[in-house]
Write a protein that binds this ligand. Structure first.
Ligand code: ZN
Length: 282
C-alpha cells in the first residue's frame, strides 16, 4: 500500500513516527503551516517556522524515505491577532518557493471579520501564484462554517476545483461535494472521523476527489491513521485500486495542480545547515 498523507504536522512528530510511517507505506507527506498551540508574538516567528517547513523538515523526512512538501499561510486562529497579520505582506516571497504546493491551511476558526479578510486575501494570493488552496473548515458549527467558506471561495478568483476543503464529516460532505471542491477528511483518535465512519462515508459517496489524512500534530493524534483507513477499506470490500485512489492518486492529483509536486526522492544530504538528525555526529 503506497500512502500520501496530504495533511500532517511533522514538526510536532518524532523521528520514530517517520520510521513507523515509512514501515506502514507512507512515501509522501504535505505539511500545512498552522498554529503552535501557543500564540506567536511576531511575524518573525512565522518566518523561522516557514523556513523549517522548507528546509529542515524535508531534510528530516528524506532520511526516512519520505518526500515532504508544504503549504504556507497565516492560519485561521492567528488571523485574529494583529501581532501576526503583517505576515500576509511577506507571504508572497515564500509562496514563490518550489516546495510550496498550496496556500494553507486557511479558512475559519471562529468566523470573525478578521478571518474573513485573511481568507479572502489568501485565496487571492493562491490565484496570483497559480497555487491551489487547502481550506480548513471549522470544528464547531460545521455546516454554517462550510457554507460561509464556500461563499468566500465563490467570490474569489480561485475556482472551487482548485480548493481542498478539509476536516469534513457526514454533515458537510454532500454540500462540499456539490461545490466541485476536493474533499479532505481528518481521521483522529476519539474525535472527528474514525476509520469505520470513513469507510461508511466512502461507501455512500464513492472515492472520487476524496482525500484522507491523519492531520497528526501536537494534540492527541495518530500518524498511522491513513494506513488504518486503508486496511479498514480492504476489510470492507474495497479493492486495492480503490485504496490507491484515495490514499495516493487523489492527493497526488490535487497537489499536482501546483505544477510543483516532485515525488522523486534523491539521496538525502547528510547535513542541513551543518546539522544532522544524529546526536554528536554518530
Ligand atoms: Zn492541520
Amino acid at each position: 500500500m503506497r500512502i500520501f498523507d496530504p495533511h500532517i504536522h511533522m514538526t510536532s512528530r518524532t523521528t520514530g513516527d517517520y520510521e513507523a510511517m515509512y514501515a506502514a507505506g507512507v512515501r509522501a507527506v504535505v505539511e500545512p503551516s498552522f498554529w503552535l498551540g501557543q500564540p506567536r508574538t511576531s511575524p518573525a516567528s512565522f518566518f523561522d517556522y516557514f523556513d523549517s517547513l522548507l528546509g529542515w523538515e524535508p531534510f528530516r523526512a528524506a532520511q526516512y524515505g519520505i518526500t515532504h512538501h508544504c503549504t504556507l499561510a497565516l492560519n485561521p486562529k492567528e488571523a485574529n491577532d494583529p501581532r501576526c497579520t503583517p505576515v500576509l505582506d511577506e507571504l508572497p516571497r515564500y509562496l514563490a518557493k518550489d516546495p510550496v504546493v498550496a496556500v494553507g491551511e486557511i479558512g475559519y476558526d471562529s468566523m470573525t471579520p478578521a478571518e474573513d479578510t485573511a481568507l479572502a486575501t489568501q485565496l487571492q494570493l493562491a490565484a496570483d501564484h497559480g497555487l491551489p488552496a487547502l481550506v480548513h473548515t471549522p470544528h464547531r458549527d460545521k455546516l454554517t462554517g462550510l457554507r460561509r467558506t464556500l461563499d468566500v471561495v465563490r467570490e474569489s478568483a480561485l475556482p472551487c476545483e482548485r480548493v481542498l476543503l478539509d476536516h469534513l464529516n457526514e454533515t458537510t460532505v454532500a454540500e462540499a461535494r456539490n461545490s466541485g471542491a476536493w474533499l479532505g477528511f481528518s481521521v483522529y483518535p476519539d474525535t472527528k472521523m474514525d476509520e469505520a465512519r470513513m469507510v461508511a462515508l466512502l461507501k455512500q459517496h464513492g472515492t472520487e476527489r476524496i482525500l484522507v489524512n491523519s492531520a497528526a500534530d501536537w494534540g492527541k493524534s495518530d500518524p498511522l491513521k491513513t494506513r488504518k483507513v486503508g486496511d479498514a477499506m480492504l476489510e470492507a470490500g474495497f479493492s486495492d485500486d480503490d485504496v490507491d485512489e484515495v490514499l495516493w492518486r487523489n492527493p497526488v492529483a490535487f497537489y499536482a495542480l501546483s505544477g510543483r509536486l516532485d515525488l522523486h526522492l534523491t539521496q538525502p544530504e547528510p547535513l542541513h545547515e551543518g546539522n544532522s538528525i544524529l546526536r554528536g555526529g554518530e
